[in-house]
Design a binder for this molecule. Sequence first.
Ligand code: GLP
Length: 245
Amino acid sequence: MKIVIKKDKKIAARYVADQIIALLKEKPTSVLGLPTGSTPKGVYDALIESYKASEVSFSNAQSFNLDEYLGLEASHPQSYAYYMRKNLFDFVDFKATSTHIYKGDTHDAQKECTDYTNRIKAVNGIDFQLLGIGPNGHIGFNEPSDTFNMHSHVVTLSEKTRKANARFFNDLASVPKKAMTMGIGEIFSSKKIYLLALGKEKASIMAQFLLSDEIDPHLPASILHIHPELTVVMDKDAACSYQNA
Ligand code: GLP
């Protein structure tokens, strides 16, 4: 594991964006695994800036989003499909057919999950997976559990996750109770993984994750300890408990 600590959020985001840009230069057909939430926002801003400066193109790349709320259609402002359009896809040159995300309004979530796993397999897996981390150590929506769930699946969101994500909704009751997420297997089989953690709200979970190499499905991110190409990027705030330990 490589650990990179940057002075602030903006510098950390630019660092991650530059890794994506370097990969796309080397392999323009790269498959990117993308997260949502507040953490990747600065990375997407930096990618848009570089795209506008003609430093990067996504025209031959593909993307797979990590997860989506079950029950929200793509036009719902809190859906991750909407987030991706408003924060990245509307501003860069991905082909519309090259960006993949679970259909939140599907009537057959199991089938949607199986299809998604097969679509990832069909492109030979993800080259570069960017991850955020939930305050309970979840990655994608792989919640703490007694076992690791390997493939795309429907998940019942924990109260902690619903509360953490309620800030994007009018109230807690509006936060969906279920979601679809890539499994640990799909995430883990990515060739490179970048875990980005920003802000002091992530300090405690990052210390927990980094200070023990025990692999425990109750801290889903712990599986990443054995990934051969993991880079953890933090700003000083997210790194503070780890550094002071
Ligand atoms: C959500 C997403 C995760 C994300 C996490 C952290 O639950 N499903 O993919 O990494 O929350 O979000 P944030 O970056 O807003 O802290």
